[in-house]
Ligand binder design. Structure first.
Ligand code: B12
Length: 210
């Protein structure tokens, strides 16, 4: 199946071939959101191979680059999904100590193309910076991504700082990233856990109106 072929190219870090195939599939009507979901599973598999020492860091880097390349090809196709009215404002970033930015970049893209105003804070973002930027933007949401068990506590720190400043109620805190979960969100008192980028626009919009 074509998506499996694309997965294999991403896994092998074959950026150009992956981009070419992705372009062809999208032209033929493939759903970009479905493609993202499949590629997220592919990267989880790549991570497992890395944990088992079957592949090493350079291979993960190449797979990451290939995925970013595919996301770039996808962008115009996601635009077609977009809406017009501003549904909410969000600052989004990857927490301090964490450089894994591909998922966050996808969430940003999907939110933007679905009518959200997004300020991208990048990666390795200090908890206080999330809050300062949210204040400066007048954001409705603070979105924090973490891809490592070692950096998940930074998501909690954001919420703790909001509480200590007495401004917890001013922002909805949304968390995501492969090792995070609904249980973790409940534990730290986040307003929303998002397992995948695809569902983010609807879940955020619901939260805005609740
Ligand atoms: C690619 C990758 C890298 C690349 C990152 C490239 C880049 N520019 O981002 C590189 C090579 C740099 C890298 C480095 C390292 N990595 Co790495 N990496 C990965 C890998 C294979 C894939 C991550 C990815 O891009 N996934 C694809 C995206 C699309 O998925 P996602 O991020 O989960 O995002 C989706 C959802 O979660 C959601 N989402 C994500 N964030 C948010 C936020 C919000 C607000 C919302 C609404 C939704 C949302 O939407 C996205 C789309 O649906 C993961 C394995 C895995 N299981 O994820 C390991 C993994 C995360 N890495 C790991 C490790 C150990 C490292 C290193 C420490 C390795 C080393 N020895 O140096 C370094 C750490 C660097 C650092 N300080 O951050 C471990 C972490 C283990 C742990 N402690 O938890 C993992 C799990 C691999 C493993 N199984 O061992 N890595």
């Amino acid at each position: 199946m074509a998506l499996e072929e694309l997965s294999k190219l991403v896994e092998d870090g074959e950026t150009e071939d992956a981009q070419e195939l992705a372009g062809k599939l999208l032209k033929d009507g493939a759903d970009p959101l479905e493609m993202i979901a499949e590629m997220t599973r592919t990267m989880a598999r790549v991570g497992d191979l890395f944990s088992k020492l079957e592949i090493f860091l350079p291979e993960i880097m190449l797979a990451g680059e290939a995925l970013s390349g595919v996301v770039a090809v996808m962008t115009p196709y996601l635009d077609a999904v977009g809406g017009q009215e501003v549904k909410g404002k969000i600052v989004i970033g990857v927490v301090k100590g964490d450089l894994h930015e591909i998922g966050k970049n996808i969430v940003k893209l999907i939110l933007e193309t679905n009518g959200f105003e997004v300020k991208d804070l990048g990666y390795n973002v200090d908890p206080l910076t999330f809050i300062k930027e949210a204040e400066a933007m007048g954001a409705d949401f603070i979105g924090a991504s973490s891809l490592m068990t070692t950096t998940m506590p930074r998501q909690k720190e954001i919420i703790e700082i909001l509480k200590s400043k007495g401004i917890r109620d001013q922002y909805k805190v949304v968390i995501g990233g492969a090792p995070t979960s609904q249980m973790w969100a409940d534990q730290i008192g986040a307003d929303l856990y998002c397992q995948e980028a695809k569902s983010a626009p609807e879940l955020l919009a619901n939260l805005m109106s609740s």
